[in-house]
Design a protein around this ligand. Structure first.
Ligand SMILES: [Zn+2]
Length: 139
């Protein structure tokens, strides 16, 4: 949770924010374990581009594939984003800023010859792993 985040408007929102972690989320761990089960080996939490502080959740350096597991709330999932009504402008700017940054990250990586795979937190790990396998050229 960002340091300048407004006080949560309700205990429900507060509880949700408390569950948010920047790395090693349940969805990331599930995807990683599925990839590992399929025999894929990768690096975790790596910034693929030198000098660019954007970390991918799962990275295949040789295949040049960067995988991001995007949390539905923070990354504005069209199916699950919920806009807090309290401090609405702050939250909208925050989430829309994250989405813009994601697209900018994609563009920078693609320009540098990387393939980007984005997996939503809500997707079953098997579906995410299928997309990763396709990107690394295994199927
Ligand atoms: Zn979602």
């Amino acid at each position: 949770v960002p340091a300048d985040a407004p006080k949560p408007a309700s205990p429900q929102i507060g509880a949700r924010l408390a569950r948010v972690r920047q790395r090693d989320t349940a969805a990331e761990l599930a995807l990683r374990s599925e990839l590992h089960r399929r025999g894929l080996r990768y690096r975790v939490n790596v910034a693929p581009l030198p000098g660019v502080r954007r970390r991918a959740d799962v990275v295949f350096p040789r295949a040049r594939v960067a995988v991001f597991v995007d949390g539905c709330f923070w990354h504005g999932c069209p199916e699950h984003v919920t806009w807090p009504t309290s401090n609405a402008a702050w939250w909208r700017e925050k989430i829309e800023g994250n989405v813009r940054r994601d697209r900018d990250t994609d563009r920078r990586l693609e320009e540098a010859g990387w393939r980007v795979v984005r997996v939503w937190e809500h997707e079953p790990p098997g579906a995410g792993a299928d997309a990763v396998e396709r990107a690394v050229g295994r199927r």
